[in-house]
Structures are given as C-alpha cells and as structure tokens.
Write a protein that binds this ligand. Structure first.
Ligand SMILES: [Zn+2]
Ligand SMILES: [Zn+2]
Length: 463
C-alpha cells in the first residue's frame, strides 16, 4: 500500500517531467509504441557492487554511448561490476570495461525479460523492457526502462491480491495507472521516475505477475481516472473500516473534492482489531515521542472525531490536569502497525486500556477491502462504479482523450528515426501543456545520446 503522495511537496506542481534517456541507435526499442517509464529498482539496493544478468536467447550490453560491448548466446550470463568510476563487464572469457555513467542491458529476443541476480542473493528477479545500471560513488543502482502497461503488470498484483474479483483488480489497475501519470519524474534527480517500493508503488517485475492482474491491466489499457479533465490524485488504502477519510484530515492544506470521506454500504465486512496496553506503556511511548506532559497520565479518552468517526483528538488526563493530543500523534507514538487505524474506541479499566478499532491505514481514497466486496456477488459492481464511489465526481477516460496524444508520443524511439523523436517530443509538449510556454530541452552530445525534455502541464492535482 502506498501513501499516494508522501513527498508530494517535492513534486513540483507545475512540472511533469518526462525523461527519455539513452536511445540506442543499433537497438530495438524496449517500449514500442507505448509511453515508457523509468523505475528505480531501489528495493534491490542503491550501492550494488556486482550483479549478474541473463535472458532467454542471450543478452546485449551497451555502454552509455550506445556501443554494443558484449553479446551472449542463449542464457549465458553477463556479470557487471561497479569499479570506482567505471564498469567492468564479463561474460565467459570476454572482459570489457565501460565508463559511466551507465550501461544498459536488453534481451536479444523480442519481449523476453532481463533476469537479474545480485551477488549476495540466490533469488532472481525478471523485468520486462531493459535494465540500466548507473554508477554512484558506492557502487551502482539499477533502473528498469519499461512500457507503462508492462510496468503495471508488475504493480497491480503487488498492490492487490489476485484472489480479489476481477472488477476490483481493474479498479486497482486504473488507480495505479493514474498514479504513474500524476507522478512521472518524482525521483527525477536520481534519473528515474518512480521507485519500486511502497514509497511510490510496489513493483515486483515479471516474477509477481498473475493472470488475473494481467487481465485487469489489459482490459483497462490506457484508462485513467480524471477530475476536471486532468489525472486525479489517487490514493488507496487496504481497509477503510467502513468509511473513508477526507484527505484534508491528513494534509490540512489539501482540498480535493473527490478525496472526501465516503461511507460504504453497511453490510461490507471490515477488519476489526484490538490493542490492549498498560497506561504506563502508553505514557512511555508518548513521552519518548516528545510528549513529556503525558508522563503521569491516569486516563485516555476520545475527545473529538471527524465525520468518518476517526479520532481527531484524544484527551489525556494527568496529575496536573488534562491535555489534548492529536490522534495522528498518538498513533505514530504507539506505532501504526499496532494502532492500525484511528477508527477506534477506548475502554479503560484501572490502569489497563483497550483500543478497539476497525480497518487499517489512513483510510483515504480507494478502499481495497471494500472494493473486493463491492465487486463480489450479490453486489457485482463494475470497476468504474467502484471508482466513482470512492472518488466522487471523477471520470474514467483514456490517455488519448485526456492528452489528445497518440499514446506513443512519450515512448523511446530508436535513433534511426531521430527526426520523429524530435517532432513527437514537441507534439507531446504542446498537447500536454496546451500552450507554447512549455520549455523543451534536448541535449544531444556526440558521444552520449541522452534526450531530456520537460513537459509542463497544469497541476493535475493539489497534492
Ligand atoms: Zn518512490
Ligand atoms: Zn472500506
């Protein structure tokens, strides 16, 4: 589950940045005809010393200038070492070195995944598209350059169980696709768009793909959730406990009409939990979170709730009076995995306190537990009904409708057609911005063919 917009402030409101890097002249594009995203595989590590790559039918390794350095037959491996300011690549008896900042690996066979095995791990991860290794002072990190729809194949099953009904998984697929569009360039300074952890969206590559998630992605291809004609700021949570929360409760400066609190039908079951603690333990946790005034607490009760029923303020009685502490503060002091949500009641007997709660997480946006039940018999809601319920006032629309672009406008285009790239980049810029004020930048040196352009759009959302 991702929090949707944790470092939303760092996403510049006016700038949707699309990095299109590393186009190789001699090579087929990994993302034919579709918008590509760059996913930082930070879950594998950010200072990797050595990694092994292979692919069905062989693999090709290019240096940053686009020259083919190594090519293997069948499933022979290429080992890549980060050695200070250069790479050393080895396959069998061949040893080649390449300067930074990156090398890129791609399968020789169309649509075959690139397999990665790290030096200290037995597990193998497989990724569609191509993989870039980028040098940093302590080693290297890996970036997967992948077609957006292929990326979603490895996100949706990681974010929602494939045992859920198809229509619920389709709602998740549309939400995940919308998230990509609204957050391109989030990790721009590290040369990728999104990371593969719950900080952005959990992404496991080919290894986590499931037939159900694939069906959900394919049957909703190119569909995103929009508000007022722009991509919506989607958030989702595992279990809202029966009522979602308005986003402004979590982020006071944010007002989004479609991220409001909605109630679910009464008969939807939700996770309920209990947390039993001694008053003294609660006091210890609050004090170590900086709330010294709670040291000698004798009672805790709910003082104020929001319209969804979540605790806004607790009242804590101490031997020198009572203080109000926000629900968020108490929850983070106690631990959000213990106090799973703020949809709770408090029962105190002597020095023992029992919190009885429902749901888990922040409870904003699409409720995954609710979606699962709404999509099941007897309700049988469709994915668009589910999305309309959790994001009132939004509409499902296709990328083409929203941007008026040919979906391929942001794709990597092989350098043997450089003019087309240039014109399509311009086209994307104009259709996304709707004005000429967009700043386009294109760097193309003789040796490094990195192409970067910025696409300015109106803020797709307030986050
Ligand atoms: Zn991230
Ligand atoms: Zn719910």
């Amino acid at each position: 589950m991702f929090s949707g917009s944790r470092d939303a402030k760092t996403i510049t409101r006016m700038l949707l940045t699309v990095l299109v890097l590393s186009v190789f002249s001699a090579d087929r594009c990994a993302c034919d005809g579709e918008p590509c995203v760059r996913i930082g595989l930070t879950s594998l590590g950010t200072a990797i010393k050595r990694a092994t790559f292979y692919s069905v039918g062989g693999i090709k390794l290019f240096d940053a200038a686009g020259s083919l350095l190594l090519e293997t037959e069948s499933e022979d491996c290429v080992q890549v070492f980060a050695e200070g300011s250069a790479f050393v690549a080895r396959s069998g008896l061949q040893v080649k070195s390449a300067p930074g900042p990156f090398v890129r690996l791609i399968s020789r066979v169309s649509d075959a995944a690139v397999a990665i095995q790290l030096a200290d791990s037995r597990s193998v991860r497989r990724y569609r598209g191509s993989v870039e290794a980028r040098l940093v002072p302590a080693g290297m990190y890996l970036v997967n350059i992948v077609d957006t729809e292929d990326y979603l194949l490895g996100v949706v099953p990681a974010e929602m169980s494939s045992r859920c009904p198809l229509e619920a998984v389709k709602a998740q697929a549309v939400a995940a696709r919308t998230y990509v569009l609204a957050n391109l360039g989030k990790h721009r300074s590290a040369n990728f768009d999104l990371c593969d952890t719950s900080h952005c969206q959990t992404y496991g590559g080919v290894s986590v793909e499931t037939p159900r998630a694939a069906e959900a992605v394919r049957t909703t291809a190119h569909l995103i959730l929009t508000y007022d004609g722009k991509p919506a700021s989607v958030m989702y949570c595992s279990d809202c406990g029966g009522a979602t929360q308005d986003v402004s409760q979590l982020r006071p400066n944010v007002r989004l009409p479609y991220l409001c609190g909605v109630r679910e039908p009464e008969d939807i079951p939700h996770e309920s939990w209990e947390l039993s603690m001694a008053l003294s333990d609660i006091a210890k946790k609050l004090v170590s979170a900086g709330l010294k005034q709670c040291e000698n607490m004798s009672a805790i009760r709910v003082a104020q709730t929001d319209s969804s029923g979540r605790v806004l303020e607790f009242e804590i009685t101490t031997n020198s009076g009572s203080v109000q502490v926000s629900g968020q503060k108490v929850r983070s002091a106690i631990g959000s995995s213990l106090m799973k949500s703020l949809l709770l009641s408090v029962e105190q007997t002597g020095s023992k306190v029992v919190f009885k709660g429902k749901g888990s997480g922040h409870g904003i946006g699409l409720c995954q537990a609710g979606a699962k039940w709404l999509a099941s018999p007897p309700k049988n809601w469709t994915y668009d009904q589910i999305l309309a319920h959790y994001f009132p006032g939004t509409q499902v629309r296709s990328l083409e409708e929203v941007y008026g672009w040919k979906a391929r406008a942001l794709s990597l285009v092989p350098l043997d057609q450089p003019k087309r790239l240039s014109s399509e980049a311009k086209e994307a810029k104009q259709t996304l911005s709707g004005s000429e004020s967009a700043s386009g930048r294109r760097n193309e040196s003789n040796s490094r063919r990195d192409i970067t352009f910025d696409v300015r759009v109106e803020a797709p959302n307030g986050l």
